[in-house]
Write a protein that binds this ligand. Structure first.
Ligand code: GLP
Length: 233
């Protein structure tokens, strides 16, 4: 029987201690060697709480879900920059993995990343969700068997994420992303979804169908998912 747990909390802030406690248990049990991390505004208070905690990640390898094609890690809109600002400059990890946005050979970069993931299978993967149900940058219509690849971003994602760019035109239209099959290899998934804008995606997840039109619905096939949300059904 798959494990699918829903934890309702009043606010994202209330989720932070849950996450920190969970990570503490996993670290203490020695079962957390490889941790999958996400970007997005949802993760900011989570990382702030981790930074304040005394959790020790010095033996943990970190993997990020995705990175914009064409952005250097020094670019403030890159996910490498985001991770450095919110977590990696403040907590020491054994190793940090993010796709290189400037890779000349994109295919090779995807293969390298997937191989690395296979060498260090993810024990816990954090996930957010896009308003259109995307996970990482796997947009609606992405086949469930995709591994790490270069995704073309949907109009909806460009609309939502371009708010973080000084000029909308500066937002890349492509991104490296772990594929749906890469994400599904993680042993446990912690999905965080907050706010009304995510209601359609959560309704799809909690509904009857599993469809590539709502990438998040693939999680119904995963053996161990914890959804932390303030969206009541
Ligand atoms: C981006 C990331 C996703 C993330 C989503 C949600 O599109 N690629 O991994 O889940 O943003 O972001 P937010 O938490 O800001 O709603």
């Amino acid at each position: 029987m798959p494990f699918f747990e829903i934890i309702y909390v009043e606010s994202l802030q209330n989720a932070t201690s849950l996450v920190v406690n969970n990570l503490e248990e996993e670290l203490n049990s020695g079962k957390l060697n490889s941790l999958g991390l996400a970007t997005g505004s949802t993760m900011i208070p989570i990382y702030a709480s981790i930074v304040k905690s005394n959790l020790d990640f010095s033996q943990v390898i970190a993997f990020n879900l995705d990175e914009y094609v064409g952005l250097a890690s020094s670019n403030k809109n890159s996910f490498a920059y985001f991770m450095n600002e919110h977590l990696f400059s403040k907590k020491h990890f054994k190793e940090i993995n993010i796709q290189n946005g400037l890779s000349e050979d994109k295919q090779l970069e995807c293969e390298r990343y997937e191989k690395k993931l296979d060498e260090h299978p993810i024990d816990i993967q954090f996930l957010g969700v896009g308003e259109n149900g995307h996970i990482a940058f796997n947009e609606p219509g992405t086949p469930f068997d995709t591994l790490t690849h270069v995704a073309t971003l949907s109009d909806s994602t460009i609309e939502v994420n371009s708010q973080y760019f000084d000029e909308k035109e500066n937002m890349p239209t492509q991104a490296f992303t772990m594929g749906i099959a890469s994400i599904m290899k993680a042993k446990k998934i912690i999905l965080l979804a907050f706010g009304e804008k995510k209601r359609d995606a959560i309704n799809a997840l909690l509904g009857d169908n599993i469809t590539e039109q709502w990438p998040i619905t693939v999680l119904k096939k995963h053996p161990h998912v914890t959804l932390i949300t303030n969206i009541k059904q």
